[in-house]
Design a protein around this ligand. Structure first.
Ligand SMILES: [Mg+2]
Length: 447
Protein backbone atom coordinates (compact mmCIF):
# COMPACT_ATOMS: atom_id res chain seq x y z
CA UNK A 1 0.00 0.00 0.00
CA UNK A 2 1.36 3.40 -0.92
CA UNK A 3 0.35 6.38 1.13
CA UNK A 4 -1.25 9.21 -0.80
CA UNK A 5 1.30 12.02 -1.14
CA UNK A 6 0.56 14.66 1.50
CA UNK A 7 -0.22 18.17 0.33
CA UNK A 8 -0.48 21.51 2.11
CA UNK A 9 -4.20 22.14 2.52
CA UNK A 10 -4.30 25.26 4.69
CA UNK A 11 -2.12 28.26 5.56
CA UNK A 12 -3.70 29.83 8.65
CA UNK A 13 -2.45 33.16 10.00
CA UNK A 14 -2.99 34.83 13.37
CA UNK A 15 -2.17 38.27 14.75
CA UNK A 16 -1.04 37.52 18.32
CA UNK A 17 -0.09 40.30 20.74
CA UNK A 18 0.98 40.19 24.38
CA UNK A 19 0.52 43.30 26.57
CA UNK A 20 4.17 43.44 27.72
CA UNK A 21 4.24 47.25 27.69
CA UNK A 22 2.24 47.25 30.95
CA UNK A 23 5.28 46.12 33.00
CA UNK A 24 8.05 47.80 30.95
CA UNK A 25 9.48 44.33 30.27
CA UNK A 26 11.48 44.69 27.10
CA UNK A 27 11.89 48.46 27.40
CA UNK A 28 15.02 49.96 25.84
CA UNK A 29 16.25 53.28 24.51
CA UNK A 30 14.52 52.92 21.14
CA UNK A 31 11.54 50.82 22.13
CA UNK A 32 10.03 52.22 25.32
CA UNK A 33 6.75 50.31 25.31
CA UNK A 34 6.79 47.13 23.22
CA UNK A 35 3.84 44.76 23.08
CA UNK A 36 5.64 41.58 22.07
CA UNK A 37 3.76 40.09 19.15
CA UNK A 38 3.85 37.28 16.65
CA UNK A 39 2.59 37.21 13.09
CA UNK A 40 1.87 33.54 13.35
CA UNK A 41 1.40 30.95 10.60
CA UNK A 42 0.22 27.35 10.69
CA UNK A 43 0.68 24.99 7.74
CA UNK A 44 -1.74 22.08 7.69
CA UNK A 45 -1.57 19.05 5.41
CA UNK A 46 -3.88 16.18 4.50
CA UNK A 47 -1.44 13.61 5.88
CA UNK A 48 -2.79 11.15 8.45
CA UNK A 49 0.01 12.00 10.90
CA UNK A 50 -1.73 15.24 11.96
CA UNK A 51 1.54 17.17 12.00
CA UNK A 52 1.38 20.93 11.44
CA UNK A 53 4.15 23.38 10.68
CA UNK A 54 4.20 26.41 13.00
CA UNK A 55 6.22 29.57 12.44
CA UNK A 56 6.09 33.28 13.17
CA UNK A 57 7.66 36.64 12.64
CA UNK A 58 8.31 38.61 15.82
CA UNK A 59 7.15 42.23 15.99
CA UNK A 60 6.53 44.59 18.90
CA UNK A 61 2.90 45.53 18.40
CA UNK A 62 1.53 48.04 15.93
CA UNK A 63 2.13 46.80 12.38
CA UNK A 64 1.75 43.16 13.29
CA UNK A 65 -1.29 43.17 11.00
CA UNK A 66 1.00 44.31 8.15
CA UNK A 67 3.33 41.41 8.91
CA UNK A 68 0.38 39.00 8.86
CA UNK A 69 -0.73 40.39 5.47
CA UNK A 70 2.77 39.79 4.09
CA UNK A 71 2.61 36.14 5.16
CA UNK A 72 -0.79 35.84 3.49
CA UNK A 73 0.71 37.11 0.22
CA UNK A 74 2.80 33.91 0.17
CA UNK A 75 -0.16 31.56 0.51
CA UNK A 76 -0.38 30.72 -3.24
CA UNK A 77 3.13 29.23 -3.06
CA UNK A 78 2.05 26.79 -0.37
CA UNK A 79 -1.49 25.61 -1.01
CA UNK A 80 -1.53 22.29 -2.83
CA UNK A 81 2.24 21.91 -2.63
CA UNK A 82 3.67 18.48 -1.80
CA UNK A 83 4.54 18.35 1.90
CA UNK A 84 7.04 15.57 1.18
CA UNK A 85 8.89 17.67 -1.39
CA UNK A 86 8.82 20.75 0.85
CA UNK A 87 10.24 18.89 3.82
CA UNK A 88 12.83 17.06 1.73
CA UNK A 89 14.10 20.35 0.30
CA UNK A 90 12.96 23.58 2.03
CA UNK A 91 15.40 25.46 -0.23
CA UNK A 92 13.09 24.79 -3.18
CA UNK A 93 10.44 26.93 -1.46
CA UNK A 94 13.03 29.52 -0.36
CA UNK A 95 14.05 30.03 -3.99
CA UNK A 96 10.44 30.45 -5.10
CA UNK A 97 9.56 32.92 -2.34
CA UNK A 98 12.70 35.04 -2.59
CA UNK A 99 12.49 34.91 -6.37
CA UNK A 100 8.92 36.17 -6.79
CA UNK A 101 9.68 39.06 -9.11
CA UNK A 102 6.76 41.24 -7.99
CA UNK A 103 7.05 40.63 -4.24
CA UNK A 104 10.82 41.08 -4.53
CA UNK A 105 10.22 44.75 -5.28
CA UNK A 106 9.16 45.19 -1.66
CA UNK A 107 12.69 44.30 -0.48
CA UNK A 108 14.69 42.79 -1.95
CA UNK A 109 15.40 40.31 0.84
CA UNK A 110 14.75 42.77 3.66
CA UNK A 111 11.94 44.03 5.81
CA UNK A 112 8.37 42.88 6.20
CA UNK A 113 8.25 40.66 3.11
CA UNK A 114 11.51 38.95 3.97
CA UNK A 115 10.40 38.36 7.56
CA UNK A 116 7.23 36.79 6.16
CA UNK A 117 9.38 34.47 4.07
CA UNK A 118 11.31 33.61 7.22
CA UNK A 119 8.12 32.80 9.12
CA UNK A 120 6.87 30.49 6.37
CA UNK A 121 10.21 28.75 5.87
CA UNK A 122 10.59 28.23 9.61
CA UNK A 123 7.11 26.67 9.65
CA UNK A 124 8.27 24.27 6.94
CA UNK A 125 11.37 23.37 9.00
CA UNK A 126 9.11 22.81 12.03
CA UNK A 127 6.96 20.47 9.95
CA UNK A 128 9.99 18.68 8.50
CA UNK A 129 11.46 18.07 11.95
CA UNK A 130 8.14 16.84 13.35
CA UNK A 131 7.73 14.43 10.44
CA UNK A 132 11.24 13.11 11.08
CA UNK A 133 10.51 12.80 14.81
CA UNK A 134 13.54 14.97 15.65
CA UNK A 135 14.13 18.31 17.33
CA UNK A 136 15.39 20.64 14.63
CA UNK A 137 18.93 20.93 16.05
CA UNK A 138 19.35 17.19 15.63
CA UNK A 139 17.85 17.14 12.15
CA UNK A 140 20.46 19.76 11.14
CA UNK A 141 23.35 18.23 13.07
CA UNK A 142 22.72 14.77 11.61
CA UNK A 143 22.11 15.95 8.04
CA UNK A 144 24.63 15.21 5.29
CA UNK A 145 26.96 18.18 4.69
CA UNK A 146 26.11 18.12 0.96
CA UNK A 147 22.40 18.46 1.74
CA UNK A 148 23.01 21.36 4.14
CA UNK A 149 25.10 23.13 1.49
CA UNK A 150 22.18 22.72 -0.92
CA UNK A 151 19.93 24.52 1.60
CA UNK A 152 22.00 27.71 1.32
CA UNK A 153 21.51 30.43 -1.28
CA UNK A 154 25.06 31.45 -2.27
CA UNK A 155 23.90 34.28 -4.50
CA UNK A 156 25.78 37.45 -3.46
CA UNK A 157 28.05 35.41 -1.15
CA UNK A 158 30.60 33.79 -3.42
CA UNK A 159 33.22 36.53 -2.87
CA UNK A 160 33.23 35.55 0.81
CA UNK A 161 31.91 32.00 0.96
CA UNK A 162 31.65 29.38 -1.79
CA UNK A 163 29.76 26.08 -1.74
CA UNK A 164 33.16 24.36 -1.54
CA UNK A 165 34.08 26.45 1.55
CA UNK A 166 30.77 25.53 3.14
CA UNK A 167 31.21 21.85 2.38
CA UNK A 168 34.68 21.93 3.92
CA UNK A 169 33.42 23.64 7.09
CA UNK A 170 30.49 21.25 7.49
CA UNK A 171 32.58 18.16 6.75
CA UNK A 172 35.12 19.19 9.39
CA UNK A 173 32.21 20.05 11.67
CA UNK A 174 31.07 16.44 11.60
CA UNK A 175 34.31 15.23 13.19
CA UNK A 176 33.56 14.58 16.85
CA UNK A 177 29.94 15.63 16.46
CA UNK A 178 28.52 12.65 18.34
CA UNK A 179 30.69 13.36 21.39
CA UNK A 180 29.69 17.04 21.33
CA UNK A 181 26.01 16.09 21.09
CA UNK A 182 26.53 13.99 24.22
CA UNK A 183 28.18 16.86 26.08
CA UNK A 184 25.41 19.21 24.94
CA UNK A 185 22.77 16.87 26.32
CA UNK A 186 24.62 16.55 29.59
CA UNK A 187 25.25 20.22 30.34
CA UNK A 188 23.26 22.31 27.83
CA UNK A 189 24.28 25.41 25.90
CA UNK A 190 25.46 28.55 27.76
CA UNK A 191 22.94 31.36 28.23
CA UNK A 192 23.30 34.98 29.27
CA UNK A 193 20.45 37.02 30.69
CA UNK A 194 18.99 40.39 29.75
CA UNK A 195 16.24 40.26 32.36
CA UNK A 196 17.96 42.50 34.96
CA UNK A 197 18.79 45.32 32.60
CA UNK A 198 15.64 46.74 31.00
CA UNK A 199 15.75 50.50 30.80
CA UNK A 200 12.46 50.94 32.62
CA UNK A 201 13.66 49.20 35.81
CA UNK A 202 14.84 51.24 38.80
CA UNK A 203 18.27 50.74 40.40
CA UNK A 204 16.97 48.57 43.21
CA UNK A 205 15.28 46.17 40.78
CA UNK A 206 18.38 46.18 38.54
CA UNK A 207 20.69 45.31 41.46
CA UNK A 208 18.36 42.67 42.86
CA UNK A 209 17.87 40.93 39.49
CA UNK A 210 21.60 41.18 38.67
CA UNK A 211 22.55 39.52 41.97
CA UNK A 212 19.95 36.84 41.40
CA UNK A 213 21.32 36.18 37.88
CA UNK A 214 24.80 35.59 39.28
CA UNK A 215 23.38 33.36 42.00
CA UNK A 216 21.58 31.42 39.27
CA UNK A 217 24.92 30.78 37.57
CA UNK A 218 24.91 33.29 34.73
CA UNK A 219 28.38 34.44 33.65
CA UNK A 220 27.07 37.38 31.62
CA UNK A 221 24.23 39.86 32.02
CA UNK A 222 23.15 42.64 29.70
CA UNK A 223 22.10 46.21 30.36
CA UNK A 224 20.10 48.47 28.08
CA UNK A 225 21.79 51.86 27.62
CA UNK A 226 21.60 54.92 25.42
CA UNK A 227 18.84 57.13 26.78
CA UNK A 228 20.79 59.28 29.26
CA UNK A 229 24.54 59.12 29.87
CA UNK A 230 24.46 60.07 33.56
CA UNK A 231 21.81 57.39 34.15
CA UNK A 232 23.90 54.84 32.26
CA UNK A 233 27.05 55.61 34.27
CA UNK A 234 25.06 55.12 37.47
CA UNK A 235 23.33 51.95 36.24
CA UNK A 236 26.63 50.44 35.06
CA UNK A 237 28.10 51.17 38.51
CA UNK A 238 25.12 49.52 40.19
CA UNK A 239 25.28 46.50 37.89
CA UNK A 240 29.06 46.05 38.18
CA UNK A 241 28.84 46.27 41.97
CA UNK A 242 26.07 43.68 41.97
CA UNK A 243 27.80 41.12 39.73
CA UNK A 244 31.42 41.59 40.82
CA UNK A 245 34.49 41.79 38.59
CA UNK A 246 34.34 38.38 36.90
CA UNK A 247 30.89 38.28 35.36
CA UNK A 248 30.62 39.81 31.89
CA UNK A 249 28.57 42.99 31.53
CA UNK A 250 27.21 43.48 28.01
CA UNK A 251 25.61 46.75 26.94
CA UNK A 252 22.89 47.22 24.33
CA UNK A 253 22.13 50.62 22.77
CA UNK A 254 19.45 49.40 20.35
CA UNK A 255 20.72 51.64 17.50
CA UNK A 256 20.44 54.81 19.51
CA UNK A 257 23.63 56.64 18.45
CA UNK A 258 25.49 58.22 15.58
CA UNK A 259 29.04 56.94 15.20
CA UNK A 260 30.85 59.65 17.17
CA UNK A 261 28.29 59.65 19.95
CA UNK A 262 28.63 55.87 20.23
CA UNK A 263 32.37 56.22 20.71
CA UNK A 264 32.18 58.93 23.39
CA UNK A 265 29.35 57.15 25.23
CA UNK A 266 31.08 53.76 25.29
CA UNK A 267 34.35 55.36 26.41
CA UNK A 268 32.47 57.01 29.28
CA UNK A 269 31.21 53.60 30.38
CA UNK A 270 34.57 51.87 29.88
CA UNK A 271 35.54 52.07 33.61
CA UNK A 272 32.83 49.46 34.27
CA UNK A 273 34.52 47.11 31.80
CA UNK A 274 31.71 46.35 29.40
CA UNK A 275 32.21 43.13 27.46
CA UNK A 276 30.40 44.26 24.31
CA UNK A 277 28.41 47.15 22.98
CA UNK A 278 25.44 45.86 21.02
CA UNK A 279 23.73 47.75 18.18
CA UNK A 280 25.60 51.00 18.79
CA UNK A 281 24.21 52.50 15.58
CA UNK A 282 22.10 51.73 12.50
CA UNK A 283 22.16 48.05 11.59
CA UNK A 284 22.76 49.06 7.96
CA UNK A 285 25.89 51.09 8.73
CA UNK A 286 28.66 48.60 8.09
CA UNK A 287 31.47 51.16 7.95
CA UNK A 288 30.09 52.93 11.03
CA UNK A 289 30.32 49.70 13.01
CA UNK A 290 33.88 49.23 11.78
CA UNK A 291 34.82 52.74 12.94
CA UNK A 292 33.20 52.25 16.34
CA UNK A 293 34.94 48.91 16.75
CA UNK A 294 38.36 50.44 16.09
CA UNK A 295 37.66 53.27 18.53
CA UNK A 296 36.22 51.38 21.52
CA UNK A 297 38.43 48.27 21.59
CA UNK A 298 38.87 46.24 23.74
CA UNK A 299 35.11 46.62 24.17
CA UNK A 300 33.67 44.29 21.52
CA UNK A 301 31.06 45.33 18.98
CA UNK A 302 28.03 43.09 18.50
CA UNK A 303 25.11 43.36 16.12
CA UNK A 304 22.69 41.34 14.05
CA UNK A 305 19.16 41.26 15.45
CA UNK A 306 18.10 43.91 12.89
CA UNK A 307 20.53 42.93 10.15
CA UNK A 308 18.30 42.32 7.17
CA UNK A 309 20.02 39.46 5.40
CA UNK A 310 23.17 37.41 4.72
CA UNK A 311 24.61 40.11 2.44
CA UNK A 312 24.88 42.67 5.24
CA UNK A 313 26.35 40.03 7.58
CA UNK A 314 28.90 39.27 4.84
CA UNK A 315 29.91 42.92 4.70
CA UNK A 316 30.09 43.28 8.50
CA UNK A 317 32.52 40.35 8.55
CA UNK A 318 34.51 41.45 5.50
CA UNK A 319 34.89 44.96 6.92
CA UNK A 320 36.04 43.73 10.34
CA UNK A 321 33.08 45.60 11.79
CA UNK A 322 31.92 43.09 14.42
CA UNK A 323 33.41 40.88 17.11
CA UNK A 324 30.15 39.05 17.78
CA UNK A 325 27.48 37.97 15.26
CA UNK A 326 23.96 38.03 16.66
CA UNK A 327 21.69 35.95 14.48
CA UNK A 328 17.95 36.20 14.93
CA UNK A 329 15.80 33.20 14.06
CA UNK A 330 12.82 35.23 12.87
CA UNK A 331 14.22 38.22 10.93
CA UNK A 332 16.06 36.79 7.93
CA UNK A 333 14.86 34.17 5.44
CA UNK A 334 14.38 31.34 7.90
CA UNK A 335 16.70 28.46 8.74
CA UNK A 336 18.10 28.51 5.22
CA UNK A 337 19.51 32.02 5.45
CA UNK A 338 20.67 31.51 9.03
CA UNK A 339 22.68 28.51 7.84
CA UNK A 340 24.41 30.89 5.42
CA UNK A 341 25.12 33.36 8.24
CA UNK A 342 26.43 30.65 10.59
CA UNK A 343 28.73 29.47 7.79
CA UNK A 344 29.97 33.03 7.13
CA UNK A 345 30.71 33.49 10.84
CA UNK A 346 32.49 30.13 11.02
CA UNK A 347 34.60 30.98 7.97
CA UNK A 348 35.66 34.26 9.63
CA UNK A 349 36.14 32.67 13.05
CA UNK A 350 33.70 35.10 14.68
CA UNK A 351 31.56 33.79 17.55
CA UNK A 352 27.77 33.75 17.22
CA UNK A 353 25.76 34.86 20.26
CA UNK A 354 22.14 34.86 19.08
CA UNK A 355 19.57 37.51 19.80
CA UNK A 356 16.60 36.05 21.66
CA UNK A 357 13.87 37.12 24.02
CA UNK A 358 10.84 38.75 22.46
CA UNK A 359 8.24 36.07 22.16
CA UNK A 360 9.48 32.66 21.08
CA UNK A 361 12.89 33.78 19.90
CA UNK A 362 14.66 31.75 22.61
CA UNK A 363 12.58 28.72 21.65
CA UNK A 364 13.65 28.98 18.01
CA UNK A 365 17.25 30.10 18.07
CA UNK A 366 18.49 27.54 20.60
CA UNK A 367 18.21 24.96 17.80
CA UNK A 368 20.53 26.94 15.54
CA UNK A 369 23.22 27.43 18.20
CA UNK A 370 23.09 23.79 19.21
CA UNK A 371 23.51 22.71 15.58
CA UNK A 372 26.39 25.19 15.28
CA UNK A 373 28.13 23.70 18.30
CA UNK A 374 27.58 20.06 17.41
CA UNK A 375 28.24 20.13 13.67
CA UNK A 376 29.81 23.41 12.55
CA UNK A 377 31.92 25.62 14.86
CA UNK A 378 32.42 22.81 17.36
CA UNK A 379 32.82 25.16 20.32
CA UNK A 380 30.85 27.17 22.86
CA UNK A 381 33.85 29.32 23.84
CA UNK A 382 32.83 33.00 24.04
CA UNK A 383 29.37 31.96 22.88
CA UNK A 384 26.07 32.26 24.72
CA UNK A 385 22.44 32.55 23.72
CA UNK A 386 20.50 35.51 25.06
CA UNK A 387 17.86 34.54 27.59
CA UNK A 388 14.89 36.57 28.75
CA UNK A 389 12.52 34.97 31.20
CA UNK A 390 9.12 35.92 29.92
CA UNK A 391 6.31 34.57 27.70
CA UNK A 392 7.71 31.02 27.60
CA UNK A 393 4.54 29.73 29.24
CA UNK A 394 2.68 30.26 25.96
CA UNK A 395 4.66 27.53 24.18
CA UNK A 396 3.93 23.81 24.08
CA UNK A 397 7.65 23.01 24.44
CA UNK A 398 9.16 26.04 26.22
CA UNK A 399 12.89 26.44 26.69
CA UNK A 400 14.32 25.04 29.88
CA UNK A 401 17.18 26.88 31.58
CA UNK A 402 19.20 24.81 34.00
CA UNK A 403 22.16 26.40 35.85
CA UNK A 404 22.33 29.16 33.22
CA UNK A 405 22.36 26.75 30.31
CA UNK A 406 19.69 25.96 27.72
CA UNK A 407 18.80 22.29 28.02
CA UNK A 408 18.59 20.50 24.69
CA UNK A 409 15.03 20.44 23.38
CA UNK A 410 13.98 16.87 22.71
CA UNK A 411 10.42 17.42 21.43
CA UNK A 412 10.28 16.96 17.63
CA UNK A 413 10.09 20.22 15.69
CA UNK A 414 11.38 23.78 16.01
CA UNK A 415 9.77 24.52 19.43
CA UNK A 416 7.65 27.14 17.63
CA UNK A 417 4.19 25.97 18.57
CA UNK A 418 2.13 28.16 20.90
CA UNK A 419 -0.55 26.77 23.18
CA UNK A 420 -4.04 26.92 21.65
CA UNK A 421 -5.44 28.73 24.71
CA UNK A 422 -2.72 31.39 24.48
CA UNK A 423 -3.52 31.94 20.80
CA UNK A 424 -7.21 32.26 21.64
CA UNK A 425 -6.60 34.67 24.52
CA UNK A 426 -4.10 37.01 22.87
CA UNK A 427 -5.34 37.01 19.28
CA UNK A 428 -5.64 40.66 18.25
CA UNK A 429 -8.06 42.39 18.35
CA UNK A 430 -10.74 39.84 19.17
CA UNK A 431 -9.07 37.40 21.60
CA UNK A 432 -10.36 37.24 25.16
CA UNK A 433 -7.66 39.49 26.63
CA UNK A 434 -7.99 42.27 24.05
CA UNK A 435 -11.79 42.18 23.98
CA UNK A 436 -11.83 42.59 27.78
CA UNK A 437 -9.22 45.36 27.51
CA UNK A 438 -11.48 47.29 25.15
CA UNK A 439 -14.37 46.88 27.56
CA UNK A 440 -12.18 48.16 30.43
CA UNK A 441 -11.16 51.18 28.38
CA UNK A 442 -14.76 51.91 27.37
CA UNK A 443 -15.88 51.67 31.00
CA UNK A 444 -13.03 53.97 32.13
CA UNK A 445 -13.87 56.59 29.52
CA UNK A 446 -17.56 56.41 30.32
CA UNK A 447 -16.98 57.05 34.09
MG1 LIG B 1 19.56 43.77 21.46
Amino acid sequence: MTATPARVTAVDTLDVRFPTSRELDGSDAMNPDPDYSAAYVVLRTDADDGHEGHGFAFTIGRGNEVQVAAIEALRPYLLGRSADALCADPASLARDLVGDSQLRWLGPEKGVMHMAIGAVLNAVWDLAAKRRGLPLWRLLAEAEPEWLVAQVDFRYLSDALTPADALGLLTRGREGAAARAGRLRARGYPAYTTSPGWLGYDDEKLARLARRAVADGFRQIKLKVGADLADDVRRCRVARAAIGPDVRLALDANQRWDVERAVTWVRALAPYEPYWIEEPTSPDDVLGHAAIRRAVAPVRVATGEHVANRVVFKQLLQAGAVDVVQIDAARVGGVNENLAILLLAAKHGVPVCPHAGGVGLCELVQHLSMFDYVALSGTTEDRAIEYVDHLHEHFLAPVVIDRAHYRTPETPGFSAEMRPDSLATYRFPDGKYWAAEREREAAGQGG
